[in-house]
Design a binder for this molecule. Structure first.
Ligand code: PEP
Length: 249
């Protein structure tokens, strides 16, 4: 059985006090969880060690990590720093990192390797922009991102990856991929993993959907065979919305 996962990407929102309050509210809401889905929150890095103290039923992720181990890289946050906070997951390759910080596939592959070397689980994001979908390039784009970022891994390493399919045109826009569009791409991603690593491995990998996922559309999206949960932006900033999405399974 694949793990169901709902992860909240807080992005650059909340100060320390409001972040701790939100983390507590999310953690409290976990007591009304009606599914075995794993709940993860990804607060800003500055909040991690304080937030870890209030979490009992929710796991913690970062939104990024440095591509180098340590040294003179002003402003960067290393995998060892992340590990020392108690975080277990790292979001890698979010479209905002790819677009605004020019993160290319070679850099992202290095980040994946560094995370795995510290037993941190990457939540690896892939997804096409609107013009790529409109020109029917979306499968090629998603396959390139998937293979360039992950297919150098061994089978055992790949099993620690969570994939997040996030069509860029759906992120923060209020436009969600239809249930059919999500299932079609998730099945494609699983097929490509199966072609390279075998069906058993492909069937064990959780593939999350991200892009304007909300309490009112999560049920339909999560009902798909190959959709194993969600990476949630805006709606993860309200504990009530987040738990409703979790309970949409
Ligand atoms: C995201 O940033 O990963 C995301 C899915 O955002 P939103 O839910 O706000 O579209």
């Amino acid at each position: 059985m694949r793990q169901k996962i709902v992860a909240g990407n807080w992005k650059m929102n909340t100060d320390l006090d409001s972040g701790i309050a939100l983390a507590k509210a999310v953690n409290d809401s976990a007591s009304s969880k009606t599914t075995d889905a794993i709940m993860i929150i990804a607060p800003p890095s500055t909040h991690l060690s304080e937030i870890q103290k209030v979490l009992t039923d929710v796991k913690m992720s970062t939104q990024n990590c440095a591509s180098e181990e340590k040294g003179a890289f002003t402003g960067e946050v290393s995998v060892d720093m992340i590990k020392s906070t108690g975080a277990e997951y790292v979001i890698i390759g979010h479209s905002e990192r790819r677009e605004y910080f020019n993160e290319d596939s070679a850099t992202l592959a290095k980040k994946v390797d560094l995370c795995l070397s510290r037993s941190l689980r990457p939540i690896f994001c892939i997804g096409e922009v609107l013009s790529e979908r409109e020109s029917n390039e979306h499968f090629n784009v998603v396959f390139s991102q998937l293979s360039d970022g992950l297919f150098h891994l061994s089978e055992d390493e790949l099993k620690n990856i969570v994939v997040a399919y996030e069509p860029v045109w759906a992120i923060g826009t209020g436009v969600t991929a239809s249930s059919d569009q999500a299932q079609e791409m998730h099945a494609f991603i699983r097929l490509k993993i199966a072609e390279n690593y075998g069906k058993e491995v492909a069937d064990s990998i959780s593939i999350l959907y991200g892009g304007s996922c909300k309490p009112d559309n999560a049920k339909e999206l999560f009902a798909n065979q190959d959709v194993d949960g969600g990476l949630i932006g805006g709606a993860s900033l309200k504990a009530e919305d987040f738990i409703q999405i979790v309970n949409a399974f």
